[in-house]
Design a protein around this ligand. Structure first.
Ligand SMILES: *Cc1c(COP(=O)(O)O)cnc(C)c1O
Length: 354
């Protein structure tokens, strides 16, 4: 390729998702998926999809789906925006709401996609350092900015910032859009701040069915905000791709949303396995961040956690590690089944006794 041709190509460093290894005997604790299948109602609905329906473009508005989401989180149907996974919803939010010469703000240790979208859309950004204990520095988000995005609970720490702190940030930034990425909020004690969209016209709350709803494979995410912001998001989406919710996703997401009992059971199972995982890790000498999510973030001071990460992978156990300042000796471990966590614990113990 000649240089003049190469000049025309965008120069980007993309987000790198966790490995998706396939095969027998693999224990996959690296991308925060659920170890459980989706609701039986989802399986039933999948069987009943008429292939003939698929010849048509999907439902453009998905009113029933928005209504069910609204009922589950206390917002109105016109306060809901749907997308092909929350990554898409977040990307569209960046495009729609971050249009300032001032930098947008997000924590220094956080979801690594934020800086990727900022680079892609040429949005200036600044990282606000977490405190030494990895909690959010609320005051740091009260400086002049072009917008804010914060995951709550944060990733990859799993730490939840109480509603009072988040509300202080929303209140202190009346002239900026504040996006709260609630990918893991269903695992927290205090829960979602979705209902605050009635109170603040600068708040956008983003959620996903990939983690707590056991449906990463259908790609379904959504945002809650006041109708005016939702209208702008719809406008950006319709300037890019009008049909982001396919017919299969729509049908399955609807059934999952209606099955509150199964959802709550899965969340409770994960919380109880998480307690078991944390106990085991502490017994092995690890320091574990307080987790309000379906993963834990842990380190062991006198241990090379990169070597441990590689040892686990050699035993077909996949966890996640980030080559980034301050957290390079940490492992992020998704809460799997009790049996998977038992196998993980045994393998870590073998590594430490080598
Ligand atoms: C997993 C995750 C997402 C993306 O979820 P999808 O809906 O699968 O695109 C967004 N934000 C955070 C913080 C996540 O961990």
């Amino acid at each position: 390729m000649n240089d003049k041709l190469r000049e025309k190509l965008i120069d980007i460093e993309p987000y790198v998702p966790g490995d998706q290894p396939k095969g027998e005997g693999i224990i996959k604790l690296n991308t925060n998926e659920s170890p459980y299948p989706p609701s039986p109602r989802v399986a039933e609905a999948l069987k009943n999809i008429n292939p003939s329906e698929l010849k048509l473009y999907p439902d453009f508005v998905c009113t029933e789906l928005k209504t069910v989401l609204g009922e589950n989180y206390g917002v109105n149907t016109n306060e809901v925006f749907l997308g092909n996974g929350s990554d898409e919803v977040l990307a569209l939010c960046f495009k729609a709401f971050f249009n300032s010469d001032e930098p947008i703000l997000f924590p220094d240790i956080t979801y690594s996609f934020y800086s990727v979208w900022a680079e892609l859309f040429k949005i200036p950004y600044k990282r606000v350092p977490l405190k030494d204990d990895f909690t959010l520095d609320v005051e740091g988000f009260l400086n002049k900015n072009g917008g804010i995005v914060i995951p709550n609970p944060n990733a990859p720490t799993g730490i939840y910032e109480p509603k009072s702190g988040i509300e202080k940030i929303i209140r202190g930034n009346k002239d900026s859009i504040v996006i709260i990425d609630e990918a893991y909020v269903d695992f927290s004690e205090e829960g979602s701040i979705a209902e605050l969209v009635h109170k603040y016209d600068n708040l956008v709350v983003v959620q996903t069915y990939s983690k707590s709803r056991n449906l990463a494979g259908i790609r379904f995410g959504y945002a809650f905000a006041n109708p005016e912001l939702i209208g702008v998001l719809e406008g950006v989406k319709n300037s890019f791709n009008s049909y982001t919710i396919n017919t299969v996703t729509k049908t399955l997401a609807l059934e999952s949303g209606k099955d509150r009992g199964y959802f709550e059971m899965c969340v409770e199972n994960i919380k109880s396995t998480k307690a078991y995982l944390i106990t085991n890790l502490k017994e092995l000498g690890f320091t574990v961040c307080p987790s309000s999510s379906n993963f834990v973030f842990a380190t062991k001071a006198d241990t090379d956690c990169k070597a441990l990460f590689e040892y686990l992978r050699s035993k077909n156990i996949y966890v996640r590690r980030f080559d980034a300042p301050k957290i390079s000796n940490y492992l992020r471990i998704t809460v799997g089944t009790d049996r998977e966590i038992y196998a993980l614990t045994e393998a870590i113990s073998d590594f430490l006794n080598k």
